[in-house]
Design a protein around this ligand. Structure first.
Ligand code: ATP
Ligand code: MG
Length: 864
């Protein structure tokens, strides 16, 4: 039989499975059993044991309650959900076991602490609702996502096939899934989205329940006002999010004021491989420097930074919205001084969204209020800047920004300048705000003054110059007299404490004033707390307006940031249309051009693609010549244009694309336990299955992860398929010079090469992309440049010469009729083996059963 305490623990714990339960016991938070093992490992604290009556011992790990602020975020960052179980009554007055319950659950997707959050990154919790457990990629699912730290809440419905890209784009930290679908969702997200999956009971995923939960929260009659009424699975997902928030936050969500329907068909879908290869927000090696975002981000506010990241992850598809963004950026490019002034003002703004989140949920101290006030004060100035612009978005920002003088004045009037971090420290409410508070403060001061004066008057009365009035927590105020003056102590002193060389006394007067002070202090704290809460609630009640302001400021900030980059890096405004062609003149790679050492300049290159004539470009060129850079540069320019940014080029006309695919051959994914080549083929398969005529495909040496013959064959067949079936604009960089021959059989394939100059046995890289094809890889020269000993490179040159005169190349060159001859060659080897096997079979000496088995075996051996 367990002890009563452990029984209480078990009953709380049973309501929070898959969650680490921090169980308050006196001055400690304790964890037990499996939780204790995890906690001690993650936090590096000692694992011990606790006796549990007749039930033996349980593992235990704990830490002092005041360390919660430091330890809880660590657990959450490590991917765990954590429930904080507090004592609900003072143990001193409790009869029997102290009442305890969970007051909050913090999870990777539901966090407010700066120690968990990253300023430039939203922290999203999402829920996914499948229409049926057997949903396939074309089926519509519901998805809702919320950032509790900022109050942003949205929902949408889209095909299952887009789920992983969408969640990866949001950078979700946690996804809610109904138990029924856990395995299916795990499969879809595997290796593509890294987040915590939290399982909820199946009954939560129900439209009626979800609908009710949303109405209850928003206190509305229907969801029509949000434009959400028509959704089905979308509402299921939003309801699941709301359910989870209510469970974890105990309904303390006043700052979540609306839910926005999002049609993700408005956005380009970027799959994780493309994002990785284009190094949009993280480099291949996981760094944030040297990414597209690092070049683009000149935002001045945290909310602007987060919004820009969302823009970069979700490029737009509709020309109207893009043109609008582009003309705002254009205006800010031209209005140099206006832009600089606006940015200067905006750089004073704090993180209004997250400040509000903490204020509204009662997590903030006085300083958050003064920080919010300081930010709100800048609104009129920013509004005036936006108001002097002409473009639609900027004028809209100007009209909708709402200075909030009432809020500013209220905080200003109530909260002292430079208030302490916590209300308990006192001195939070400004003098003059509350007559009652001022009066009590006066009493307290009067009493303290009297006590302070007492030291002097008692010194005079007793003639003891060293007499001191002091204070401690146990005895309150006292008079201290050293032993040498013991004989002069007046008769009305009451002895309280004996020290080594002094005695401490009190007098009835002293105690009376002490009483007054204590009483006043207590009352002051009470009043300050109440008044502070009132102000906080006053602000919280205006959450929606403050959030709207923050969102508008974020947008202004993003537009100004894009304009700033355009000016500094000499970008041009792209022309965009709905055509299927792409015309970039003197384009540059936005990141590499920034990283070149001083003195070196980036060689600009043109790119012209269209689905009618030049649909596919096969790009050959030596190692190190700039093939990969060229591919990425084209991808990034299109991406930039589609987030509404100017682009690094002399001019650009961009037919909007619906997706961008970037694939790089031989991209290791050892961590995910997949072979290099398998990953490459997975990624290629995804293109073949999802690209459309309006997509842009960038293939960088795809096929390289296997033997040359296999690689060439796959690359060849893939190009054919894209040409004949998909029709998407494609750039294919390759060392397989054999692919150049595709131009002879496929009309819309063009050959380009990156130019190099040869001087003796040295090569100079010109990084210039020209029509034509390269017939050398200059790999050996590059190896030489890298410092490989000449013994190796000389030998390699000799082997190369032999190889070049051998059949491999000759065969490649002769594949002129749709590559037929070339492919036959590849299959010959297999056919010979089959012939051998057939030769060994003697039908006369086989039973029908033998024959059948043999046939099956052959099929298996030859993999048909
Ligand atoms: N247009 C350019 N102007 C100046 N420097 C460039 C240009 N393009 C590429 N470079 C530089 O050349 C280096 C090699 O480029 P890149 O990796 O694109 O070559 P590659 O042809 O793909 O080589 P490999 O065949 O080995 O993959 C880059 O790191 C970059 O610094
Ligand atoms: Mg390359």
């Amino acid at each position: 039989m367990s002890t009563p305490l452990m029984q209480q623990y078990q009953s709380v714990k049973s309501r929070y499975p898959d969650t680490i339960l921090l169980f308050r016991m006196g001055d400690f938070f304790e964890t037990f059993e499996e939780d204790a093992k995890v906690t001690s490992r993650v936090l590096g604290i000692t694992l011990t044991k606790r006796g549990n009556g007749a039930a033996g011992e349980v593992p235990l790990a704990g830490f002092p309650h005041h360390a919660l602020e430091a330890y809880l975020p660590k657990l959450v960052r490590a991917g765990y959900r954590v429930a904080v179980c507090e004592q609900l009554e003072d143990p001193k007055f409790a009869k029997g076991i102290v009442k305890r319950d969970v007051i909050e659950v913090v999870t990777p997707g539901v966090a407010f602490s700066d120690k968990v959050l990253n300023q430039k990154q939203n922290n999203f919790l999402a829920a996914v609702a499948l229409g049926s457990p057997l949903a396939t990629s074309a089926d519509i699912l519901g998805c809702a996502w919320v950032d509790v730290s900022t109050g942003e809440f949205a929902a949408g419905e889209f095909p299952l096939a887009r789920l992983a890209d969408h969640l990866a784009g949001l950078g979700v930290s946690e996804v809610l899934v109904q138990k029924r679908d856990v395995a299916a969702i795990e499969r879809i997200l595997a290796n593509r989205v890294s987040c915590v999956l939290s399982k909820l009971d199946d009954w939560v995923f129900n439209r009626d329940y979800g609908y009710e939960a949303l109405l209850m929260h928003f206190k509305t009659q229907s969801l029509k006002g949000f434009g959400l009424e028509e959704l089905t699975v979308g509402i299921v997902a939003a309801g699941a999010v709301m359910h989870y928030l209510q469970e974890t936050q105990k309904s303390n969500l006043p700052h979540i004021r609306k839910i926005v329907p999002v049609d993700i068909a408005d956005f380009i879908s970027l799959d994780p491989a493309t994002k990785r290869n284009l190094e949009i927000t993280s480099t291949m090696s996981g760094a944030t420097d040297g990414t597209l975002f690092s070049v683009l981000d000149r935002t001045c506010t945290p909310m602007g930074g987060r919004q820009l990241k969302q823009w970069v992850h979700r490029p737009l598809k509709r020309p109207e919205s893009l043109r609008e963004r582009l003309s705002s950026v254009g205006e800010l490019v031209e209005q140099n001084s206006l832009r600089r002034d606006a940015q200067e003002i905006m750089s004073n703004l704090g993180d209004m969204e997250r400040l509000l989140g903490r204020i509204a949920t009662g997590r903030s101290g006085p300083r958050e209020l003064t920080a919010l006030k300081a930010s709100l004060r800048y609104i009129p100035a920013i509004q005036q800047k936006a108001g002097s612009c002409a473009s639609a978005t900027l004028t809209d920002i100007a009209t909708r920004l709402a200075p909030m003088p009432v809020v500013v004045d209220r905080i200003e009037a109530a909260i002292a300048d430079d208030p302490p971090a916590a209300v308990a420290n006192g001195g939070v409410i400004r003098k003059g705000y509350s007559a009652e508070l001022d009066e009590v403060r006066g009493l307290s001061h009067g009493a303290k003054d009297w006590i302070a004066r007492m030291q002097q008057s008692e010194r005079e009365r007793t003639g003891i110059g060293s007499l001191k009035v002091g204070y401690n927590n146990v005895f309150g105020y006292y008079i201290e007299i050293t032993n040498s003056h013991k004989d002069k102590v007046p008769a009305d002193y009451i002895r309280k404490q004996t020290l080594a060389n002094a005695e401490r006394y009190i007098t009835p007067d002293l105690k009376e004033y002490e009483e007054k002070v204590m009483h006043a202090e207590e009352r002051i704290l009470q009043l300050e707390t109440t008044l502070f809460h009132e102000v906080r609630e006053f602000v919280a009640a205006r959450s929606a307006e403050i959030q709207e302001n923050a969102r508008l400021l974020a947008t202004f900030d993003c537009l100004a940031s894009l304009a700033q980059v355009a000016v500094e890096n000499k970008y041009v405004r792209p022309m965009i249309d709905d055509s299927e062609s792409l015309e970039i003149v003197e384009g540059r790679h936005p990141v590499i051009e920034q990283l070149l050492p001083p003195g070196e300049h980036y060689q600009p290159n043109d790119c012209s693609l269209d689905t009618e004539h030049a649909q596919i470009v096969i790009l050959t060129g030596p190692n190190m010549s700039g093939k990969s850079s060229f591919l990425r540069q084209v991808g990034l320019i299109v991406l930039l244009a589609q987030i509404g940014s100017f682009v690094p080029a002399k001019s650009a006309r961009i037919g909007l694309v619906d997706r961008i695919f970037t694939r790089v051959g031989a991209n290791d994914n050892i961590a995910a336990g997949e072979s290099t080549f398998l990953v490459e083929m997975h990624e290629a398969a995804q293109i073949v299955n999802t690209a459309t005529r309006k997509s842009l495909i960038l293939l960088d040496e795809v096929g390289r992860g296997t033997s040359t013959f296999d690689g060439i064959s796959i690359a060849w067949a893939l190009t054919e398929f894209i040409h004949q079936r998909i029709g998407a604009k494609t750039l294919f960089a390759t060392h397989y010079h054999e692919l150049n021959e595709l131009t002879q059989v496929l009309p819309r394939v063009k050959n380009f090469k990156v130019d190099v100059r040869e001087y003796g046995d040295k090569v100079v890289f010109l990084h210039r992309v020209l029509p034509g094809f390269a017939d050398h890889s200059y790999g050996i020269q590059v190896a030489q440049m890298a410092g490989l000993p000449s013994e190796v490179t000389d030998r390699a040159a000799l082997i190369l010469k032999n190889l070049e005169s051998s059949e491999l190349i000759t065969h490649g060159r002769s594949g002129k009729k749709e590559g037929e001859e070339f492919q036959m060659q590849l299959f010959e080897v297999k056919d010979d083996k089959l012939r051998d096997a057939l030769r060994k079979i003697d039908p006369d000496r086989m039973t029908p059963l033998d024959a059948l088995q043999r046939l099956a075996q052959l099929k298996k051996d030859f993999d048909v």
